[in-house]
Design a protein around this ligand. Structure first.
Ligand SMILES: *Cc1c(COP(=O)(O)O)cnc(C)c1O
Length: 379
């Protein structure tokens, strides 16, 4: 869901990409992104494109032919990172763990110690294909000790979960507008540490992508230069600025706590209906719940009915998880009590109608009980 103020911002009359008004909007966006990423990085900008463009920006700028990159793979998006590394002529060392489990920092350290020089470690904070949370804190320290860059995908966490770029020693961190920032797709934040910028500036060969080359894009975003590179997506920048303002008005800690509270409530409701969390305990995302379907549920039939009869869209399983799990986004504006109650009530009705399940009222009651518990404990 997108807040009406963001949609309204997109309808604002256009100005040119070098208009003084637009330059000041760029400053606002950069300041807000630094606040959101918790960083002082100078090169903190939105990329013109969706999250995959930001992912590709991190890789095409930092990786040169022959570089080894350790890529954590426990779902779809780690696989995508590895494929981008290889397209840049890099060597992807795939650190695979079963889907639904996080990577073990000791395992990463072992590889950093025993494998030849590693240019970078790339991992996904919030694996959207499995609902799994990857703790990030300790891996940055390890990367630093072994002089490897730390590249982190926070597409499904930034703005919904804690992301602390400077404290966690992250060198390249990217996200996307349409996940927890609740902005339409088409613009994607990224930030590079000064170490990363130094590496970009001193590459031996130019980046294989001209469009995503940050050594050129940085001159447009630098306050003292403002050199034209490509036309900024003006309306998307309006939208992003407004979505960042909404996050600032709510407060990051309050927002993160809201995601925690609401994901707990939805999970409690789903469990009464027979769904179980897919990721290993303690590693569930609060921005997206991935749940195993009870055996009596027909995946497509119920999702189709949810969409047609209740106008609620939820995600099915990707790849090997197709037909086995659901992925329910609880990001930004979508993480609201009314949406959770609407989904649980719709499921209760469908289960009663199709499977004669005695479910009416049970899931809604379980969700409401967790909210009243958390309200009491916060009071
Ligand atoms: C959605 C997503 C992406 C890709 O973003 P697009 O906007 O679809 O290009 C990358 N990484 C993760 C973890 C995602 O969830």
């Amino acid at each position: 869901m997108v807040h009406p103020r963001v949609l309204q911002a997109m309808g604002t009359p256009l100005v040119g990409h070098l208009d003084p008004v637009f330059l000041s909007i760029m400053d606002d966006i950069q300041a807000a992104l630094r606040w959101l990423f918790r960083t002082r990085n100078a090169l903190t900008i939105p990329i013109s494109g969706t999250g995959s463009a930001a992912m590709e920006t991190a890789i095409v700028n930092l990786i040169e032919p022959g570089d080894s990159v350790m890529v954590g793979i426990n779902g779809v998006f780690g696989t995508r990172l590895a494929s981008m590394v290889e397209r840049c002529g890099g060597h992807a060392i795939r650190l695979e763990v079963p889907w639904g489990q996080p990577l073990n920092p000791e395992h990463i350290e072992h590889h950093l110690r025993t494998t030849g020089p590693i240019k970078a470690v790339a991992i996904v904070h919030a694996e959207t294909s499995t609902g799994t949370h990857q703790p990030l804190e300790h891996i940055g320290q390890l990367c630093r000790q072994h002089k490897a860059l730390y590249i982190v995908d926070t597409v499904t966490s930034l703005g919904g979960m804690d992301v602390n770029v400077d404290a966690w020693h992250i060198d390249a961190c990217y996200s996307a507008a349409q996940k927890c920032l609740s902005c339409p797709p088409g613009i994607s934040p990224i930030t590079f540490s000064d170490t990363a910028v130094d590496i970009i500036r001193h590459r031996t060969s130019p980046s294989t992508s001209w469009y995503l080359d940050c050594s050129l894009i940085a001159d447009y975003w630098s306050e003292s230069k403002r050199t034209y590179h490509h036309t900024a997506p003006i309306s998307m920048a309006y939208a992003l600025r407004e979505s960042l303002r909404l996050i600032q008005e709510e407060g990051l800690d309050v927002r993160i706590a809201r995601h925690q509270r609401n994901s707990r409530a939805l999970m409690a409701g789903l469990q009464t209906l027979g769904f179980e969390p897919f990721p290993t305990a303690d590693y569930q995302l609060t921005t997206l719940l991935c749940v195993k379907l009870p055996s009596f549920i027909d995946d497509l039939k119920i999702r189709k009915a949810l969409l047609q009869d209740f106008h609620i869209e939820i995600g099915g399983g990707l790849g090997p998880l197709a037909g086995k799990v659901w992925r329910i986004g609880l990001m930004g504006e979508s993480s609201r009590e009314e949406h959770i109650l609407a989904l649980l009530s719709a499921l209760e009705q469908l289960l009663a109608r199709i499977f004669h399940h005695r479910s009416i009222g049970t899931a809604v009651a379980a969700a409401m009980a967790t909210w009243s518990q958390s309200k009491n404990s916060y009071a």
